[in-house]
Every structure is written in structure tokens, then in C-alpha cells.
Design a binder for this molecule. Structure first.
Ligand code: FES
Ligand code: FE
Length: 408
């Protein structure tokens, strides 16, 4: 394996050599977590190929509402046009590249570029360009738009020229989030955690629960994931009858499937809460009114892994959207979004501190251990160790990731 300096000299070959030199059933080597060339390849071959959930549509409820999302080097304006349709447009003027929208969120029928005042509709179309020659074609100079899908209230975007097929994702989201009434949910709270670590360290931490016992004493009091596999399987078996009764279908197998087949990957699975636990909260009790088709608590959680950055957690009384947002080779953000029933009122039907307590505590712990790891793997003496059986999803993630960056 070449050193990092050599990697920078000859990035293409050496990334491929690093991939070829990966030791099966072990973690990723040091350069994957901080080398800028690998980060650029991550963005090109993983991030800009896949679908990402950016928000729940309840954050832009009215015609002409918008909000700007910052991801890697990109700024994406998510708008709701006058006809209610949601658009994702890049905040880059088609004249000389200025940011067209300078507010973080608001309500606007048009965006007027602050530089020379080209004026765009909130669907991205160019409406006016001052003093341009007669043969200038406005229709050729709209803002770049991204693919958008809205499923069960969740807004997804894809930067890809030809986006991955979304059919299986839509089907499974209807079968899971649909039962929890997410289309009629609203955002109760959002929290962004800046993390001084490569985005993969954050995702890898999310997908394994080997660390839950030592790192998450609060979470481990209510959720059964940290138990040995055979105990989790026994609890899941006990849940099965109830799960089917609710009509929640879950796919089987591995979420980390290659995108070579042209499809976005999704995997939903159920896991158990401990006896008597109703929800993911400090004391295991409900924290908000039941959602969707639920008339009682079922002792379980539905967890969904989607694409490379979107993770969803459904409790009967609230939902969580977990977004991983790459920023630079050595920084990222995690955004947590708490959903409750659309009719639930803060202060009357739910207490925000109780609702958000568990995942705030858990995510602060995760941020700390991810940053401990980021500092550790900077060492020239870091050698990846073997992946434990409880980290089977981490193992699948690594294999998936290496496959994704290996083909254009
Ligand atoms: Fe936007 Fe000139 S850069 S109008
Ligand atoms: Fe964790």
C-alpha cells in the first residue's frame, strides 16, 4: 500500500490499489478517512449517484416556501411552487455563478440574483435577464434542477444525470412509513451536529450496534439491539405476528446492494423494545400521540436504511429522520429530524424535551466517539482491525462502499 503522499501524486491508480488491497472482513484503511482525492471520488461515485432524503415536506407547507440545504460544495434550494409541486434547484446563477438565493429560508415566488438581477421562478426557470441580446434564449438558462421525489412526506433528491430507479424504495416506504402516518406528520424539532470526521466514520457508526452497550447506556436500557444476535432474533420472532397484523412489510436481506443494477437500495427491519417499553424515550414511556394506523404501542421499532445517507426510525408515537451530510474530507454533519402526528400540539400533546431527550443524548455520545475515532485513524500507525460478528451491517457497508467507488 502506498503512502498518502503517493496517493495525492497518482490518485486514480492508487485508490484502485487501495481498494484491491483491502483485507476482507476488516475495516477501511487510513486514507479512506481523510484523503481529499478519495473524498472527491466518494462525492462523484457514491454521493452524486444516490438518492438522499433532505427534509419532511411539512417544513415548506405553503406555496412559494423555500429552504436552502448545504451539502458538500453544493447549495440546493428546496421550493414549493404555486401549484404545490416541490422542486430542488441549485443555487448557482446561470450567468456568472453567484448565489441566487441569499436567505436560508423564506417565501418567494422568484429569486433575483443579487449580482446582475437575472430573475428565476421558484421552479428554476429563468423569467427575466436584463439587457441581453435578442437571440438570448431564456429557456436554455434556467437554474439546474435535481431529480425530486416526495414519498410519505419525505423529500428525496438525486444529483445524478440518470437517477437510480426509485420504485422499490417507494413501495417499501408506503409499506412502512405509510403505516406510521408519516405523510400527515410534521417536524417537531431539528438538530444539526457538526462532526469533525469523514462522513463514512459517521455512517459506519450508525449502522452497527456493537458500540451501543459501552457507548449508549441510555439507549441500551430500552432498545434490544445491543443484545447478542440470537436474543435479538428471538425478540424479533415474538414481534412478527403483530408486525404482520399492522401490515408492515419488511424486505429481507441486505440493504447494501450494488447500484450497478440501476436501482436505489432500501432495507427495512423490525427490532424489539424491552418488555413494557413503548417508545424511544428516557423512561420508555410514550412521548407523543400515536401516529398513523397505530391504536396501541406494539413493543417494536421499524428501522429503514436507504441509499448511502438516509436512515429512518419509526416508533408508534414519533419518527426520526437521520441525515448524514458530507462537508469536506474530514468534516460532516448529522441532522436529526423529529416527526410527530401533524395534529399534535407542542405543550399540549407532547413535551419537546421529553420527545427529543433520548436521541439527543445518544447522538451527542455518537458525535464524541466518531470524533475520537477520527483522531485515532489519523495516526500513521493505524492498522484496521477485524469486524466483529455484531458489526455485520458495518461489514456489508464497507463491501458496498468499495464496490461503489470502484466503478464510474
Ligand atoms: Fe447572477 Fe450575473 S451572476 S445575474
Ligand atoms: Fe451510536
Amino acid at each position: 500500500m502506498k503512502n498518502v503522499e503517493a496517493l495525492i501524486d497518482n490518485p486514480g491508480d492508487t485508490i484502485d490499489q487501495l481498494v484491491a488491497g483491502h483485507r476482507v472482513a476488516y475495516g477501511l484503511a487510513r486514507p479512506f478517512y481523510h484523503d481529499p482525492e478519495i473524498y472527491r471520488r466518494d462525492m462523484e461515485r457514491v454521493f452524486r449517484r444516490h438518492w438522499h432524503c433532505v427534509a419532511h415536506e411539512s417544513i415548506i407547507p405553503n406555496a412559494n416556501d423555500f429552504e436552502v440545504f448545504h451539502i458538500d460544495t453544493e447549495q440546493v434550494i428546496i421550493t414549493r411552487a404555486a401549484d404545490g409541486a416541490i422542486h430542488a434547484i441549485l443555487n448557482v446563477c446561470r450567468h456568472r455563478g453567484a448565489e441566487v438565493c441569499t436567505k436560508q429560508k423564506g417565501n418567494a415566488r422568484v429569486f433575483v440574483c443579487p449580482y446582475h438581477a437575472w430573475t428565476y421562478g421558484n421552479d428554476g426557470s429563468l423569467r427575466a435577464a436584463r439587457l441581453m441580446p435578442k437571440d438570448f434564449r431564456r429557456e436554455d438558462h434556467g437554474l439546474k434542477t435535481l431529480h425530486v421525489r416526495v414519498v410519505e412526506g419525505l423529500i428525496f433528491i438525486s444529483f445524478a444525470e440518470v437517477s437510480l430507479d426509485f420504485g422499490e424504495v417507494e413501495h417499501l416506504l408506503h409499506a412502512t412509513c405509510g403505516q406510521y402516518g408519516w405523510a400527515n406528520a410534521k417536524v417537531a424539532h431539528r438538530e444539526t451536529y457538526p462532526v469533525a470526521a469523514n462522513w463514512k466514520l459517521a455512517v459506519e457508526n450508525y449502522v452497527e450496534c456493537y458500540h451501543c452497550g459501552p457507548a449508549h447506556p441510555e439507549y441500551s436500557q430500552t432498545h434490544a439491539l445491543e443484545q447478542p444476535l440470537h436474543m435479538i432474533e428471538a425478540m424479533n420472532d415474538a414481534l412478527e405476528a403483530r408486525t404482520c397484523a399492522l401490515g408492515i412489510e419488511v424486505g429481507s436481506g441486505n440493504h447494501w446492494q450494488t447500484s450497478r443494477e440501476g436501482r436505489e437500495a432500501i432495507h427495512a427491519f423490525r427490532y424489539a423494545l424491552y418488555e413494557g417499553v413503548e417508545s424511544g424515550s428516557e423512561d420508555g414511556k410514550a412521548v407523543a400521540p400515536l401516529m398513523g394506523r397505530f391504536t396501541d404501542f406494539d413493543g417494536g421499532v421499524t428501522s429503514i436504511h436507504l441509499g448511502g445517507t438516509t436512515f429512518l426510525v419509526c416508533y408508534p408515537d414519533h419518527g426520526m429522520i437521520y441525515r448524514f451530510i458530507p462537508k469536506t474530507a474530514e468534516t460532516c454533519e448529522m441532522e436529526l429530524i423529529w416527526l410527530v402526528d401533524g395534529k399534535a400540539e407542542e405543550g399540549k400533546d407532547f413535551d419537546l424535551d421529553r420527545l427529543t431527550w433520548l436521541w439527543k443524548v445518544t447522538t451527542a455520545e455518537d458525535k464524541a466517539i466518531i470524533e475520537h475515532t477520527a483522531r485515532g485513524v489519523r495516526s500513521h500507525y493505524f492498522v484496521p482491525g477485524p469486524i466483529a460478528p455484531m458489526e455485520h451491517n458495518e461489514l456489508r457497508y464497507i463491501e458496498w462502499y468499495l464496490d461503489e467507488i470502484s466503478h464510474p
